[in-house]
Design a protein around this ligand. Structure first.
Ligand SMILES: Cc1cc2nc3c(=O)[nH]c(=O)nc-3n(C[C@H](O)[C@H](O)[C@H](O)COP(=O)(O)O)c2cc1C
Length: 199
């Protein structure tokens, strides 16, 4: 079993990645508690150049993409049948997901067009805003929409929608105890449901 985490921030090592790591580590330790093991992979979009989909239709002919950019090497990683879940972590930009997150999600259309390859994979979302209530819930639900288009199974944090954090906490994002708890709880639920489905 493997869970892939995607950090869709423009900044490589800031709050979005931190929250994603909190989540993924919790998935792994939850699985261990249940006597199982989950492999993790974190894909950081910050240094990558991923264009938006150009709707060329090449992916209607196979698991292919016409654009020779940094999405190409991700195709094999995401197509790995060992992957049971994907956690998308995005900053809130102008009330919704980052352009990096949207470009990534749009490019995954090739998996849908080739037999719904993400069907029944688990999907969880983390949104980090500069404000406490800067659009995290709307952002999470916008990413959920893409996951539902893939026929993925949406996992929340056991209470609400997923990880919702405050990146500009006055004492630093590592001090946003409430937000960190939602990310960890999402990771715990991802681990629990993965073990239930694939145990
Ligand atoms: C272009 C842009 C738009 C933003 N819009 C919002 C917003 O609408 N709501 C909000 O709460 N924070 C907003 N922010 C702040 C980021 O969400 C916040 O700083 C977040 O922690 C950034 O993630 P990072 O630390 O991984 O870079 C915006 C930041 C940028 C750069």
């Amino acid at each position: 079993m493997k869970i892939i985490g995607v950090s869709a921030s423009a900044r490589e090592n800031k709050s979005t990645r931190f929250l994603l790591e909190q989540c993924l580590n919790e998935s792994r330790s939850t699985a261990e508690t249940l006597g199982k093991s989950i492999e993790l992979e974190l894909i950081n979009l910050a240094p990558l150049k991923i264009n938006g989909c150009v709707a060329c239709g090449k992916c209607k002919k196979g698991v292919l993409c016409s654009q020779e950019d940094d999405f190409q090497p991700l195709i094999a990683k995401l197509a790995d049948p060992e992957v049971v879940g994907i956690v998308m972590a995005t900053p809130v930009y102008m009330g919704c997901m980052s352009a990096q997150a949207k470009a990534f999600i749009d490019r995954t259309v090739l998996f849908r067009r080739n037999g719904f390859m993400f069907k029944n994979k688990l999907g969880g979302v983390i949104a980090v805003g500069g404000s406490r209530n800067g659009g995290q819930e709307l952002t999470i639900q916008a990413v959920h929409a893409g996951m539902m288009i893939h026929d993925m199974i949406i996992v929340g944090d056991g209470d609400h929608f997923g990880g919702a954090a405050w990146g500009s906490h006055p004492d630093g994002y590592e001090s946003d105890v409430t937000g960190i708890a939602t990310a960890r709880n999402l990771g715990r639920r991802m681990g629990e449901v993965a073990c239930l489905m694939h145990g």
